[in-house]
Write a protein that binds this ligand. Structure first.
Ligand SMILES: Cc1cc2nc3c(=O)[nH]c(=O)nc-3n(C[C@H](O)[C@H](O)[C@H](O)COP(=O)(O)OP(=O)(O)OC[C@H]3O[C@@H](n4cnc5c(N)ncnc54)[C@H](O)[C@@H]3O)c2cc1C
Ligand code: SF4
Ligand code: SF4
Ligand code: SF4
Length: 507
């Protein structure tokens, strides 16, 4: 559906940068967050049901919450960044342990530690949360995930095990809030799912207030449903309805009633979604608790506890006998494998992003936290010296026109003498009623203070300041005269550094 030319409608950017470029992983966050129900995931596609520009003249939401956009990354980090340990491969955390469900039947069903299922069943039973967003198996096609709102332990037990195709769990989260009126929800998903929900929280979207806990799954990638199933049917003569489960070890293992088929990963690799190729997060770095395999151990899971909420809930389940734990330091090979997998995923993603930038002209990458690379670069070498500023007495209407023309969403505001007084953003402009935009001066929406950096600081210093002050851009000032602006650095500039300095992998 063709929209009116409305540069302030986020859908237009979402369509161009994410959907048309093949980066949508069908999480459904945009559908859940859209204020006018204009989007819907149906089958393996995101559809626009009507042109939202007919209802609104400005809306930044869907692009902002999409996990594959660069928006709100730094703000999302704050949900975990008070954890005492920060590791370059796996992010911020408080503790890492090995864990398994004490119920052996559950472990058998999950092919892992069944930690997630046990935690969820326990949490529902004890009313820690009132529902959980899970991915059950479709009846007629058991390898296909069916995102669902689980209300009782039986719903949770039927979701045990991993499905390696996209699951619209953020859409199901929206149904839990709007359809079921749930207010204490446990959310389970792969790293990009968790990021989408954190972005909603960072944005303070009203549905995010119902989130009680997020459990993230380690993730190397998901596959395109129809193309992979077609390949398996043609090559291995197995119909989708005959597949009982799929497992991932050194091979991609398909279980049917009659046989076990082991497919080399190199054969299925080409069906991994484009977004997964540039995804840097292996361990769900923004979850309260992250859970993944504990190879080479069988029946155990690796559990990374990142927040105090996650820690309290996890150890409550341990004390009540639902989960047993083991010290990960006693199994160095497990830790080593997790670190290697996380580091390799990050490196390959950065390399791939560089290639994709050449194709698409922008970066399909989410930079979750600083890399050591940023410490090697000086602010003066990367700042943009040609700064577009706005004068504080122009109207909000004129400011929005500038945004529509230039596509940047925040600008330094200057007084009559050309001295910086703050930063105005599209978010603040959006809060002004349309009827008042022509008469409201930009000075009234200049809520962000200037967060300064200086030419001799490193890009890492600049990144840390962005994180601390929750801003997307930093203004470089002259140390000799802090009323003089020398340059500006944005999150996008920092992403360029990361991709341009991506180390080469051996694989
Ligand atoms: C696509 C994908 C890729 C993965 N890649 C790796 C990997 O490379 N290395 C690794 O160590 N671990 C990986 N995992 C995680 C691993 O498979 C287990 O999910 C994790 O170890 C938890 O195990 P468990 O026994 O505690 O989970 P269980 O108790 O079996 O519970 C699994 C939970 O996962 C949810 N779920 C299943 N499929 C999906 C899906 N597609 N999207 C969202 N939620 C889903 C279910 O709702 C269920 O609640 C991956 C998981 C997925 C879904
Ligand atoms: S979230 Fe906003 S921009 Fe996106 S489709 Fe809905 S109304 Fe349009
Ligand atoms: S928010 Fe999710 S469903 Fe929407 S475009 Fe992004 S990845 Fe796709
Ligand atoms: S690899 Fe990244 S983008 Fe792909 S499904 Fe996993 S978390 Fe999402």
């Amino acid at each position: 559906m063709e929209s009116k030319d409305h540069s302030l409608i986020a859908y237009n950017v979402l369509e161009k940068k994410i959907i048309n470029s093949g980066f949508c992983t069908l999480c459904g966050a945009c559908e859940a967050a859209c204020p006018v129900s204009a989007l819907q995931i149906e089958g393996e596609k995101l559809h626009r049901l009507h042109d939202c520009a007919e209802d609104l003249d400005l809306c930044p939401i869907c692009y902002g919450v999409c996990p594959h956009s660069e928006a709100h990354l730094l703000r999302s980090l704050r949900f975990v960044s008070d954890a005492p340990i920060k590791n370059e491969a796996i992010g911020y955390y408080r503790k890492i342990v090995l864990a398994q469900a004490t119920d052996p039947k559950l472990r058998e069903l999950s092919h892992g530690g069944a930690v997630v299922t046990s935690l969820l069943a326990y949490g529902i039973q004890k009313k820690v949360f009132d529902s959980a967003i899970v991915s059950q198996a479709e009846k007629e096609n058991p390898s296909q995930p069916k995102p669902s709102v689980a209300l009782v332990p039986d719903d949770i037990l039927s979701s045990v095990g991993s499905k390696f195709f996209p699951s619209s769990v953020a859409k199901a989260y929206g149904s839990a809030v709007y359809g079921y009126g749930k207010t204490k929800i446990a959310f389970i998903g792969v790293p990009c799912h968790v990021l989408a929900l954190r972005k909603m929280e960072a944005w303070q979207h009203k549905i995010s207030h119902s989130m009680k806990i997020t459990i993230g799954l380690f993730c190397f990638g998901t596959f395109s449903l129809s193309p992979l199933l077609k390949y398996i049917t043609e090559k291995y003569k197995v119909k989708p309805s005959e597949i009982k489960s799929m497992r991932l070890s050194r091979k991609f293992v398909i279980q049917t009633e009659k046989e076990t088929i082991k497919i080399p990963l190199s054969e299925v690799k080409e069906h991994i979604l484009p977004s997964c190729r540039t995804c840097t997060d292996f361990t769900a770095e923004l979850a309260d608790i992250s859970v993944g395999g504990a190879y080479p151990l069988k029946d155990w899971s690796t559990v990374i506890i990142r927040t105090t909420a996650g820690e309290d809930f996890f150890y409550d389940a341990v004390e009540n006998g639902v989960i047993s734990t083991w010290v990960i330091e006693q199994e160095p090979e497990v830790m080593e494998r997790v670190m290697i997998a996380a580091t390799n995923k990050r490196r390959t993603a950065l390399e791939e992003a560089k290639k994709m930038e050449e194709v698409y002209g922008y970066l399909p990458i989410r930079m979750l936290r600083e890399s050591e690379e940023l410490a090697k670069i000086k602010v003066e070498d990367i700042m943009t010296k040609d700064i577009t500023t706005v004068e504080e007495d122009i109207s909000v209407g004129q400011f929005l026109e500038l945004i529509a023309r230039n596509h940047h969403v925040g600008y330094p505001v200057v007084n009559k003498k050309g001295e910086p007084v703050g930063v105005a953003t599209i978010e603040e402009a959006a809060k002004v009623a349309e009827s008042r935009r022509k008469i409201t001066p930009v000075s009234e929406i200049t809520k962000q203070k200037i967060v300064p950096s200086y030419p001799g600081e490193t890009a890492l210093d600049a990144f840390r300041k962005m994180e601390k002050h929750e801003v997307g851009r930093i203004i470089v000032l002259d140390p000799a005269n802090p009323k003089v602006m020398l340059g500006i650095i944005t999150k996008t500039d920092l992403m360029h550094i990361l991709t341009n300095n991506a180390p080469k992998t051996d694989t």
